[in-house]
Design a protein around this ligand. Structure first.
Ligand code: FAD
Ligand code: SF4
Length: 335
């Protein structure tokens, strides 16, 4: 399959890129690594007239702020993210999640910003529309859904592995472009939860960097990706857990549990999180109960051959494993 015709523009800065997006309007799409956009263009489900590329923009290396927060350029490749010593030390969960994405070759081209702005996926949408599924579904501006023909909404899945990791770390997103020019907000506010229009970004807004606060960044953590094959595959679901633990090494001070690939955006297991502060994490009943609560409050959407009930069971199992892994072994005195 080959790409449709387009005009390629390569600005030298993010502000220039935002200006071009503003000028070209709906005719233009931003491209970073192209690993998500180019396959969609080859399937003709995205056919922009202009591609505004970020490949000519200078990238900065991850750096620590005075308060210990880690700033990461949104143009950093997922490969660099997974290898970077400073990210591994100060935001190991981010590095771990990036390592789980696709293959080494894709990770070297794919960027952090692109991963956070993935288009939602569904078996019917992500394929050629030339001989079947020719009628446009809701996502392509039509008025039907192939996945749920009786429904009136889009059920596609937001499948980024890095987004749940950032959600569990209370990460801040910085963007440029749009009327306010620059703004920053918690990563949770980047997502609408609606697969039809999954991002809250304005059309000319570009993610410039992310800031991982120190509070959860270096705390106990775990990232788990469930899929049929262990390698090169989008997640059936992914779970990120970040914990703050008291000095006794076992009492939970604060907890974040975020889940990906179960809805039109990453979601937090808020009720499960709320039950953990003050609890003894070395008590297996505590983590079992939190995992069961997570599986009650989150209802995964069936996708890519995974049934909803199966995903729900896997969600409980993976949250249990992630919490157990993050909690770590009981302090030595108790062993
Ligand atoms: C075979 C294959 C397997 C994959 N497996 C996984 C997987 O297991 N887990 C996973 O999480 N992902 C997976 N992916 C998706 C991959 O991670 C993403 O494609 C990649 O991170 C996207 O980054 P990119 O820079 O290539 O984005 P692009 O394709 O360049 O862009 C993707 C979207 O984001 C927008 N965008 C890009 N950068 C910015 C920015 N800075 N600000 C605002 N908008 C922006 C673009 O306009 C576009 O709409 C897979 C992809 C392929 C092809
Ligand atoms: S789930 Fe969404 S993308 Fe898939 S067929 Fe239905 S409307 Fe289209």
């Amino acid at each position: 399959m080959h790409l449709p015709r387009f005009t390629y523009v390569r600005p030298g800065s993010r502000d220039e890129a935002a200006g071009l997006l503003d000028t070209f309007g709906k005719a233009a799409v931003l491209v970073a690594g192209g690993t998500d956009l180019f396959p969609r263009m080859k399937y003709r489900i995205s056919t922009p007239e202009y591609l505004v590329s970020l490949s000519g923009v200078t990238r900065f290396l991850p750096a620590l702020d005075e308060d210990g927060a880690l700033r990461i350029d949104a143009l950093m490749s997922l490969g660099d993210l997974s290898r970077s010593p400073i990210v591994r030390t100060h935001a190991p969960l981010v590095s771990q999640a990036a390592t789980c994405v696709a293959s080494g070759q894709i990770r070297n081209a794919a960027t952090l910003g692109g991963n956070l702005c993935l288009e939602c996926r569904c078996l019917y949408y992500n394929q050629s529309h030339t001989f079947q599924f020719v009628e446009p579904c809701f996502k392509l501006g039509g008025d039907l859904c192939y996945f749920a023909p009786k429904g009136n909404r889009c059920w596609a899945i937001f499948a980024s592995d890095v987004a749940p990791a950032l959600l569990s770390l209370d990460t801040v997103i910085c963007v440029t472009g749009g009327p306010g020019k620059q703004r920053r907000f918690p990563v949770a506010e980047l997502y609408t939860g609606d697969a039809l229009s999954p991002l809250t970004l304005l059309p000319s807004e570009i993610i410039t960097e992310i800031i991982v606060p120190s509070a959860f960044g270096t705390g106990r953590h775990s990232f788990r990706k469930f899929s049929r094959r262990k390698g090169y595959e989008f997640a059936g679901l992914s779970v990120a857990v970040a914990l703050q633990v008291a000095d006794d090494g076992r009492t939970c001070r604060d907890a974040r549990i975020a889940v990906g690939s179960v809805a039109g955006g990453p979601v937090r297991a808020a009720a499960a999180e709320a039950g953990l502060p003050g609890q003894d994490l070395s008590n297996s009943e505590t983590v079992r109960s939190a995992a069961a609560t997570a599986a009650q409050e989150i209802r995964p959407i069936a996708h890519h051959g995974y049934q909803a009930a199966h995903l729900r069971h896997c969600l409980e199992v993976e949250v249990l494993r992630a919490l157990t892994e993050a909690a770590g072994p009981a302090p030595l005195a108790d062993v």
